[in-house]
Design a protein around this ligand. Structure first.
Ligand code: IPE
Ligand code: MG
Length: 219
């Protein structure tokens, strides 16, 4: 979800106002995803690198996270969407962690559609934490019954993304799901995230539907 800051600056607003506006696009895309029966919609909300932004902007994003979880809970129920957050929760305040866990628990019964916020997440962090836990289990059991590395990723149990959409004009992966994107299709658009709505989401899905996925094989 890139382009919140530029969207706000162009309108003479603070970057934080851009993040607030971006929340509207989250709701629009969540609803569009349910309509199109997309089972998992994961959104790169805040990266490990984003912790290095100015303190004021980080604080605003944390507040928005709190505020929007509370505000969107009725929407999750109405749309029967399960809510989930994936990332390094150790870096969050206990209060925000509690709010996240409560919202996850409250929507856990909705299995058909899941909205995942990738928060305090990065692909390298994920692989590293998986490798550490893998090594610990390996050392404890001498490799007996060792589960694959993949099952230690923070996204374990969730299918790899079929499609990755990046808004805001940049064409890079920015430390997103590095392992999980091995065969993901990419879609780039110049639209800034706060301007990205249902029609744009559908256009990305339509582009995806026309792709020829071969997974390294010959058809
Ligand atoms: C995306 O918008 C939101 C976050 C990364 C938190 P940006 O804040 O990156 O917006 P630009 O790229 O500066 O316009
Ligand atoms: Mg950006």
């Amino acid at each position: 979800m890139d382009g919140n800051g530029r969207w706000a600056t162009a309108k003479g607003l603070s970057r934080s106002a851009g993040h607030a506006a971006g929340a509207e696009s989250v709701r629009a895309c969540m609803k569009a995803a349910v309509k199109r029966d997309v089972k998992y919609l994961s959104l790169y909300t805040f990266s490990q690198e984003n912790w290095n932004r100015p303190e004021k902007e980080v604080a605003a994003i944390m507040d928005l996270m709190s505020y929007n979880i509370r505000k969107e809970l009725p929407e999750f129920h109405e749309n029967e969407v399960g809510f989930k957050v994936i990332g390094d929760m150790d870096r969050l305040t206990p209060r925000l962690r509690n709010e996240i866990e409560a919202a996850e628990a409250e929507t856990a019964q909705y299995k058909d559609h899941t909205l995942i916020l990738m928060f305090s997440y990065s692909g390298k962090w994920d692989i590293e934490q998986a490798a550490q836990r893998y090594a610990r289990d390996f050392a404890a059991a001498g490799g007996a019954g060792q589960r694959p590395l993949e099952s230690y990723l923070a996204t374990a149990g969730i299918p790899d993304p079929d499609l990755l959409i990046r808004t805001g004009g940049e064409q890079r992966i920015s430390n997103y799901m590095l392992w999980q994107c091995a065969y993901t299709e990419f879609y780039f658009t110049d639209k800034l995230w706060p301007d990205f709505r249902e029609d744009d989401f559908n256009a990305a899905l339509d582009s995806f539907a026309a792709r020829d996925r071969r997974y390294g094989k010959v058809n």
